[in-house]
Design a protein around this ligand. Structure first.
Ligand code: TYD
Length: 222
């Protein structure tokens, strides 16, 4: 059976990842692709159980290693229960955040050691590297403004949103550094543009990648 395609969306807060993922999913489904939409932390029952612990800040007092291991535990379950089976059956998996978020949030701004992070990542993904990663890049001031505007008035910022602007700026730089180091996997998209323009850029990038790397599946399902 043809192997599917695994696409991750990354970036800071308020970059518009979920809007873009939904729009891309509709376009792919219109072309009869089998699409699986998922997110992290979460995406499988086991990982969703850990999500609240992470986003509420309940694990924060136990330190960044603890948080990194919890993200990894959630990711491992998500990979084995959802992502790998879907990609194996030939689906296109669209995932809102994945390993680059851990590299950036826990590794860089959590100040964790590179060897520790690399070992944890290896165990968590067990070879399931994304085929394509779209990094939605936005000035954190604008991203945080958008994230605040879309939040329900009763909800406060989550554990990671509430950090200082300087930390969000370091995260932006860290995502751009990953993209520069892995240009064959990562594409940086200017997310400050109008959402319709961002959608066009994302769509073009994804369809180009699929045409290059997934001709068999497309033919099979056309
Ligand atoms: P979420 O509310 O899902 O939203 P968004 O992707 O729209 O920001 O929040 C996920 C938060 O968890 C986000 O602040 C980034 C953080 N995170 C990590 O710190 N490490 C990780 O490995 C992942 C997947 C997320």
């Amino acid at each position: 059976m043809a192997r599917g395609f695994f696409i991750t969306f990354e970036g800071g807060e308020g970059a518009g990842k979920s809007t873009q993922i939904d729009r891309l999913a509709s376009k792919l489904r219109a072309k009869k692709y089998d699409v699986v939409l998922t997110r992290e932390p979460g995406g499988s029952p086991g990982a969703e159980a850990v999500r609240h612990v992470l986003l509420s800040g309940a694990a924060e007092p136990f330190g960044p290693e603890m948080e990194a291991l919890l993200f990894a535990a959630a990711r491992s379950d998500h990979v084995e229960q959802v992502i790998r089976p879907a990609v194996s059956r030939g689906a296109i998996v669209l995932c809102d955040r994945f390993l680059d978020s851990s590299r950036v949030y826990q590794g860089v701004t959590g100040g964790l050691d590179d060897d520790f992070m690399a070992s944890v990542e290896r165990v968590a993904i067990n070879g399931m590297m994304p085929d394509l990663t779209l990094i939605l890049d936005i000035d954190p001031r604008e991203g945080l403004r958008r994230a605040t505007a879309r939040r329900d008035k009763d909800d406060g910022p989550d554990r990671f949103e509430k950090e200082t602007l300087a930390i969000h700026q370091r995260r932006r730089d860290a995502f751009l550094k990953i993209a520069a180091a892995e240009p064959e996997r990562c594409i940086v998209v200017d997310a400050s543009r109008d959402p319709a323009e961002v959608e066009d850029i994302v769509t073009a990038a994804v369809f180009a990648a699929l045409a290059e790397r997934l001709p068999a599946t497309r033919t099979a399902q056309a």
